[in-house]
Structures are given as structure tokens and as C-alpha cells.
Design a protein around this ligand. Structure first.
Ligand code: AMP
Length: 625
């Protein structure tokens, strides 16, 4: 293959993927590493990459401590409740105690944050959410990262991490990938790597297929690379079973937070009835009163967990009383709220506004339909998938601490945003904050001499190059054997592979077509088929550089998916009804499963080992404010 090899050497901090997490990492690395070489490698262009690419209308994680609103402990209690107890409280607390300063910085950099003219405090949508004019959120934050980094490599699809071949086998040494425009092979030799790549959309079959494909809630370009890279390198993962299902406006995936919290809209079934509370008595029997405290719903630190609200929605629809509508007709009579309702989408989900306009839905005169989405694997909304990372030295118990904040179980490999497990409700601001925390720790790791003597052989670099371009070689050799259309007995193409993965995850892993239901038998069949798919992915063919990108995205999605199935099989209970159901263990089981799940995939053999890790509650209960 004629593609050039371009080597970037002597990097101190390599940021792989620069959404909000990665930009935070680059920014903070410069503060602690004045003379360090900081490099960003990003699949798109950091001005418009990651989940915040198209803008946001709210920052969903802001304590407001300086306005006397919340303290970090409050946020831990809230996120813990929402996730049915399963969070890393050390990491959450650490993020929450620093997040406000990140938001203040965004404002200094030019982000318009709406303020209450009377008090001067930020205008709130809900207890944790503040309102912004955030169409340009990402370019603005990217500017800070660009000024901090020595070099930014845009259009690089990072495919693998490089590993140290000296004394320590389990130490990172950089990363490799290719330029999605030129095709050139890029090698980044680095003392540390901060993975800020994204979570995964499009691993479960989406509701919209065919001409609607790509119409999904999370960024369609989020290919699970955060997990693909780390799982592939043998990093331990946690809570990968904790996929998220979102209640969203139908087909446009417009978010509901601003509507529920600010516009005070509510839902009803197809008959115009309130339905949610009907499902709660039976649900309380499934999960226990501790997790569904209907008597104290009015207390804002005892919210109905997101998954349980989904549960009522899903069951009402399955009982034949759909569709579920969002009652907008009342709020939209107020011209101010009507404007906010539209602005909310124009600032972050233009597609929803366009869809309503093009299908004659005026929410002032018609209550729009909601739907529950296909599942997503990510770690920064109301879910906490990701790597098993060390917490900070001052609050983490020994099982959660191994020297450097946000470092994975691979030395020198750090995570931020979707990459870090057990830290839900970080959203954009919390992800940026996590990047900052990871970068500070990465600089200390280098200063402590932990990255000395790394060896990367030419063989490792050459082997990876051969592996990366293999789909193009395969295509060249076999393309003349096409039997019909795109059917070739010697290979599958990335689209065919993705369809197969999505069908498999949907039917065996608990997607939409089975109403989020799975069980041990189904998961074992799914895992067997996943291995067969892995064999066929060795023979994937890429017609051009664009298909090569799709091929590697698919391989990352595959690694992510296998991890999800392994974790779902391991946790023998239904912890989050409304996200998924283990039909063979339909109850929440605190006696056996009040634990965090931790996995490791052996990079040599592909075999998984699973273990339980303690789920410590470090923050006590408190009275509501
Ligand atoms: P979303 O717009 O759904 O992405 O959510 C934005 C924020 O609002 C997140 O912090 C959600 O957890 C929160 N949220 C969304 N819906 C509700 C609800 N019905 N009750 C409480 N919080 C919500």
C-alpha cells in the first residue's frame, strides 16, 4: 500500500478524540505541563466534533455553589438515585467539585449563558441544568484546546493504542491511525494517552432504518471508539451493561429535558390519560421502595429514576394505549414558552424543528408524539458505561485508587467523558472537567518518572499498519468475484457488517424490537454469533478510504458490543427496568448485585474475565433543600 507513514515522536500527552472531554484534557495539560508536548488526534475536526458538535441549549451539570444552590454531595446523591445506586461516588464527587469552574471559564471565553436579571445567577432549566445560547459551544471550547496543544491532527481515525514492549507489558506507548482524507498512516509515540473518544450509537438496530438511517439520538459518528480502543488494549471496563434508552420526541430525537423541566410539560397516553403512576405499585415490587419512593417524589434529590420513567412508558405502549404524547398545547399558549420550545431545538437539534415543520406538527395546536429510543452505550448522560479508572487520592477507598486520577488499569492510559465508567450525569461540562482532571494526573505521572524507558519496536508499528489497511487489500484481491450487487463470497462490506451487528444486538441484547428484553440463553447465543462476526470482520473489505473508516468504526462497535453482552450476562438481575430486562431475573437483587461489574478482555486470546467490585457509598443521605 502506497500510503505514507508519518511519525510524531516524543509526545508527552496524546489526546485521542477531542470532544468536550478531550478539549478539557488538552487545555489542562498545558497548565500543568508548560514544557510538555501536547498533541491532539481527532477523527473529525475539533471545531465541530463530538456529541456537542451541533451545539447545546443547556449545560446539564452545574452546581451553582457560588449562588448557594447545590454542593457536590447533592449531585452525588442525585446521580446515585437516578442510576439505581450504581455509581462511582469518588469520581462523581471529584467531577462535581470542579465542574462550576469549567462553566465559569466557558462564559469567560464567550459562551452566552442566560442570567436571571434580578439575582444575577444563571437561569435554570432544572435543579442541575442552566440555559445557554450554545450553538457555538464546541468551536468556542475547541479554541482553548487549539491554543493549548502543540499540534492538532484533524481527520485522523485512531484505530489502536501502542503498547510498551520494554519491561512493563501493561503500559501505553501512544496510538496509531490513518488520515481519513489522505489515507496516510499516522504513528503517535507518547508517554501518556488520554482517550476522549466517544460512546456508541448505532450498535443496536435503530428505529429508523433505510432512508432514515443515521437519524439517531446520540451522535451517529460516535462509534464506541472510547471502548474499542481501551477494550482492545486490555483495559478493565465497568458498567458496560448499563446501556441507556431515551424518551425522545418521535423520529427527530429532540430532547425532552427543557420541556419537562422548564416548560413544565407532561406526558399522557393515547387516551389522554396520566399513566405513569399506574405502573409504579408493580414496579416498586420489582425494585424495592428504596429506589422508587413515590411518596417523596416531590423532593428533588429523590427523582423518579430515568429508567423507571421509561418503564412506565414502555409498558403503557405495550398495553396498547400508545402513543405517548407530550402535552405542549398548554405551555405553548404562553408566547415566551413557545419561543423557548422552538429555540431549544434550533440551538441543538435542528432536525426536530425541521421535522415538525415538514410534517405539519405545530406543538401549540397538537401534542407531539414521544418514543423510547434504541439503546446507546455511553457514560455521560443518565448512564455510566466506561473504563474502570482510579479516583482521586483524597477521597477514593483503596479499591478505587491506584495512583493517578482517571487512569485506567493500563499504566499511562487515561480517560475522560464517555470513556470513564461509573460517572453518569457529567454531560458536556462534566466531561470537560474530567478531561482536566485526567490531564493533571497524566502530567504528574510523567513527572513522577512513570513513563521512562518506553520501547516501541518497528515491528509493532509495521504490524499495525498492515492490519489497518487489510480491508483495502482484501477488496483489491477479491473485488472481481462479486456475484450480484455488492454480494461477494469472500467478504462483507462495512454496511453489511453493521446491519448484522445491529440485528444481533437488537434481538439478543435487548433492543427495541424485543421491547428491551433478554436473558441468559439469548445472551449466550448472541455471544456465539458475535464471535462468528469477529471472524468475518477479519475479511471485511473497504473500497476506499471512506469505507476503511467505516470498517474501523465497525470493529470498535463490535468490541463495544461484545463487552455489553458479557456484562449483561454477568449481572443476573434487572437493575434498570426501562433500560433493559433480564427476563430470567426480573427483580432488582441488592443482596447479590449491589456491586459494580468489572471486565477485562485478554488482548491475546479475546477471552473475558468478569468480577464484582464494591459499590461504596461515600456520601451520606441528607434532607432535601
Ligand atoms: P434531556 O433533554 O432529556 O437530554 O435531559 C436534559 C436534562 O434534564 C438531564 O439532566 C436529564 O436528566 C433531565 N431530565 C430530563 N427529563 C426529566 C424529567 N422528566 N425529570 C427530571 N429530569 C429530567
Amino acid at each position: 500500500m502506497a500510503y505514507k507513514t508519518i511519525i510524531e515522536d516524543d509526545i508527552d500527552v496524546l489526546v485521542a478524540g477531542a470532544g468536550l472531554g478531550g478539549t478539557g484534557a488538552a487545555f489542562e495539560a498545558r497548565h500543568w505541563g508548560k514544557d510538555k508536548k501536547i498533541v491532539i488526534a481527532e477523527k473529525a475536526n475539533i471545531d465541530r466534533s463530538g456529541a456537542v458538535a451541533q451545539g447545546l441549549y443547556a449545560i446539564n451539570c452545574y452546581m451553582g455553589t457560588r449562588f448557594g444552590e447545590n454542593n457536590p454531595e447533592d449531585h452525588v446523591r442525585y446521580a446515585r438515585m437516578d442510576l439505581m445506586g450504581m455509581v462511582r461516588e469518588d469520581l462523581l464527587f471529584d467531577m462535581a467539585r470542579h465542574v462550576d469552574s469549567a462553566v465559569h471559564q466557558f462564559e469567560e471565553w464567550g459562551m452566552p449563558i442566560m442570567r436571571n436579571p434580578k439575582t444575577g445567577s444563571y437561569l435554570r432549566e432544572g435543579r442541575w441544568q442552566i440555559m445557554i445560547h450554545g450553538e457555538s459551544y464546541k468551536p468556542l471550547v475547541a479554541e482553548a484546546a487549539k491554543k493549548s496543544a502543540d499540534k492538532v491532527f484533524n481527520r485522523i481515525c485512531v484505530t489502536h493504542l501502542l503498547m510498551d514492549e520494554a519491561k512493563e507489558k501493561n503500559r501505553v506507548a501512544g496510538a496509531v491511525g490513518f488520515n481519513v482524507r489522505t489515507g496516510n498512516y499516522h504513528v503517535f509515540k507518547s508517554k501518556t494517552v488520554i482517550v476522549g473518544a466517544g460512546g456508541a450509537s448505532n450498535i443496536f438496530k435503530p428505529r429508523s432504518v433505510g432512508e432514515g438511517a443515521g437519524r439517531v439520538w446520540y451522535a451517529p459518528w460516535s462509534s464506541g471508539s472510547a471502548y474499542g480502543l481501551m477494550v482492545g488494549a486490555g483495559a478493565k471496563m465497568t458498567q458496560m451493561e448499563n446501556r441507556i434508552v431515551l424518551a425522545r420526541f418521535k423520529d427527530g430525537y429532540g430532547p425532552v429535558g427543557a420541556y419537562f423541566l422548564h416548560l413544565k410539560t407532561y406526558t399522557q397516553n393515547g387516551l389522554g390519560e396520566e399513566y405513569e403512576s399506574k405502573w409504579f405499585p408493580a414496579l416498586t415490587k420489582m425494585v424495592g421502595k428504596e429506589y422508587l419512593d413515590t411518596e417523596n417524589q416531590h423532593l428533588s434529590h429523590k427523582p423518579i429514576p430515568t429508567c423507571l420513567r421509561n418503564h412506565a412508558f414502555i409498558n403503557e405502549v405495550n398495553a396498547g394505549r400508545g402513543p405517548i404524547h407530550m402535552v405542549t398545547m398548554e405551555a405553548f399558549q404562553d408566547p415566551h414558552l413557545e419561543e423557548i420550545g422552538w429555540h431549544n431545538f434550533l440551538g441543538m437539534t435542528v432536525g426536530q424543528a425541521v421535522l415538525w415543520a415538514s410534517t405539519d406538527v405545530n406543538p401549540k395546536y397538537e401534542n407531539p408524539e414521544l418514543t423510547t429510543s434504541e439503546p446507546y452505550v455511553m457514560g455521560s448522560h443518565a448512564t455510566g458505561c466506561g473504563a474502570w479508572c482510579s479516583g482521586p487520592e483524597d477521597i477514593s477507598p483503596p479499591e478505587y485508587f491506584w495512583g493517578y486520577n482517571r487512569m485506567t488499569s493500563v499504566a499511562g492510559l487515561f480517560g475522560a467523558g464517555d470513556a470513564v465508567g461509573g460517572t453518569p450525569h457529567a454531560f458536556s461540562s462534566g466531561s470537560f472537567t474530567e478531561g482536566r482532571l485526567a490531564a493533571k494526573a497524566a502530567c504528574k505521572y510523567i513527572d513522577d518518572g512513570k513513563a521512562e524507558g518506553i520501547v516501541v519496536s518497528g515491528k509493532q508499528i509495521d504490524d499495525r499498519k498492515e492490519e489497518i489497511y487489510k480491508p483495502m487489500e482484501h477488496y483489491k484481491i477479491f473485488r472481481n468475484e462479486i456475484t450480484a450487487g455488492s454480494v461477494n463470497p469472500n467478504y462483507i462490506n462495512p454496511r453489511q457488517g453493521l446491519d448484522r451487528l445491529q440485528k444481533l444486538m437488537d434481538e439478543y441484547g435487548g433492543g427495541v424490537t424485543v421491547s428491551y428484553m433478554t436473558n441468559e440463553k439469548l445472551l449466550n447465543i448472541g455471544l456465539k454469533k458475535m464471535k462468528l462476526l469477529e471472524e468475518d470482520l477479519e475479511k471485511i473489505a473497504a473500497e476506499d478510504i471512506h469505507e476503511l473508516l467505516r470498517a474501523w468504526e465497525l470493529k470498535h462497535r463490535h468490541l463495544t458490543s461484545e463487552s455489553v453482552l458479557q456484562h449483561t450476562l454477568f449481572r443476573k438481575e434487572t437493575r434498570w427496568p426501562g433500560y433493559y430486562y433480564r427476563g430470567d431475573a426480573m427483580k432488582l437483587d441488592d443482596e447479590n448485585w449491589h456491586v459494580l461489574t468489572v471486565s477485562r478482555r485478554d488482548p491475546e486470546t479475546g477471552e473475558y474475565t468478569m468480577e464484582k467490585a464494591p459499590c461504596y457509598h461515600l456520601v451520606g443521605e441528607d434532607e432535601d433543600k
